[in-house]
Design a protein around this ligand. Structure first.
Ligand SMILES: Cc1cc2nc3c(=O)[nH]c(=O)nc-3n(C[C@H](O)[C@H](O)[C@H](O)COP(=O)(O)OP(=O)(O)OC[C@H]3O[C@@H](n4cnc5c(N)ncnc54)[C@H](O)[C@@H]3O)c2cc1C
Length: 225
C-alpha cells in the first residue's frame, strides 16, 4: 500500500482559523485574516472550535491523497464515506496484466497453508481472466471473475471535518486491518502537516468513551503501511 498527500489547501490551518474568527467578529474579512500572523493564535482558536464541536469551519481546508496497491475490498468500505470525492482506476478501460499483484491480508500471509491455497486460486483467476481477454471478451465483462483482492489505485479528496470523522471510524482498533492502515497513515500525514487541525483526531476513544458494540478493551494501536 502506498499513501501520499498530493495537495492541500494553502495555509489550511490559517484558512479555518479565519473562518472561525469571522463567525465572532464584526470587522471586515481582510482585517480578520490579518489577525492571524502567529501560529499560536491559529492553534488557540482552532482548539476552541474543535472542542466546542463547531466543525463547519474545518470544511474550508481540503486534502487530496493518492492511494495505490489497495484492494477492491478496501474501496467498497472507503466509498461509503459520502462526503469525499473519489477518482478510481477503471476496470473497464484498464486491463490487468499477467503479473497482477493481488492484495493479501496479513492474517492470511501469516498462515503458510492458507497462503498457498489463496495463491493457487488467484493464479487460476489470473489465467482465466487472460483467457477471457484473449478470446475477445471485453475487460468490463472479464473483470467479473476478479476477486475483492484485486488491486486498485485512487485519488481521494476530503475536507478536514470529513477526515476527522473518517479517522474516528476507520483508525479504530475494531476497524478492518487494511482500511485501518490506510486511515492511520493518512492521519499521520495530515497531523504532521497541520497539527492544529488534527491535534485530537483518531478513533473516538482518544477523546471520549468508546461507543463500539463490542469494544476492543485495549488502548489504541496505530498501524501504518
Ligand atoms: C466498523 C464498521 C463496520 C461497518 N459495518 C457495516 C455493515 O455491516 N454494513 C454496512 O452497510 N455498512 C457498514 N459500515 C459502514 C457504515 O454504516 C457507514 O456507511 C460508513 O462508515 C460511512 O460512515 P458515515 O455515513 O458516518 O460517513 P459519511 O458518508 O462520510 O458521512 C459523514 C457524516 O455526514 C452525515 N451524513 C452523510 N450523509 C447523510 C445523509 N444522507 N443523511 C444524513 N446525514 C448524512 C452523517 O452525520 C455522517 O456521519 C461499517 C462501518 C464501520 C466503521
Amino acid at each position: 500500500m502506498k499513501v501520499e498527500l498530493l495537495n492541500s489547501t494553502y495555509e489550511a490551518g490559517k484558512m479555518c482559523a479565519i473562518a472561525a474568527s469571522l463567525c465572532y467578529s464584526s470587522v471586515d474579512i481582510d482585517k480578520v485574516s490579518k489577525r492571524f500572523k502567529r501560529n499560536d493564535e491559529i492553534k488557540k482558536i482552532l482548539r476552541k472550535v474543535v472542542l466546542a464541536g463547531h466543525y463547519s469551519v474545518l470544511e474550508h481546508a481540503s486534502f487530496t491523497f493518492g492511494v495505490e496497491s489497495v484492494s477492491r475490498s478496501l474501496l467498497a468500505q472507503l466509498t461509503r464515506h459520502r462526503i469525499a470525492s473519489f477518482s478510481v482506476q477503471s476496470q473497464r478501460y484498464v486491463k490487468f496484466s499477467n503479473d497482477i499483484e493481488f492484495i493479501i491480508p496479513d492474517a492470511i500471509k501469516k498462515n503458510k497453508s492458507f497462503l498457498k491455497k489463496y495463491s493457487d486460486i488467484l493464479k487460476k483467476i489470473r489465467l482465466l481472466y487472460k483467457e477471457f481477454l484473449d478470446a475477445g471478451i471485453l475487460a468490463e465483462d472479464a473483470r467479473y471473475i476478479l476477486p475483492l483482492a484485486s488491486p486498485t489505485k485512487l485519488i481521494i479528496t476530503m475536507n478536514a471535518r470529513e477526515l476527522r470523522h473518517f479517522f474516528s471510524l476507520r483508525c479504530c482498533n475494531r476497524s478492518q486491518s487494511e482500511i485501518r492502515s490506510m486511515a492511520c497513515s493518512m492521519l499521520d500525514i495530515v497531523r504532521k502537516k497541520v497539527p492544529e487541525l488534527f491535534f485530537n483526531a483518531g478513533p473516538r476513544c482518544v477523546r471520549k468513551k468508546c461507543k463500539e458494540v463490542s469494544p476492543c478493551g485495549k488502548p489504541w494501536v496505530k498501524v501504518m503501511v
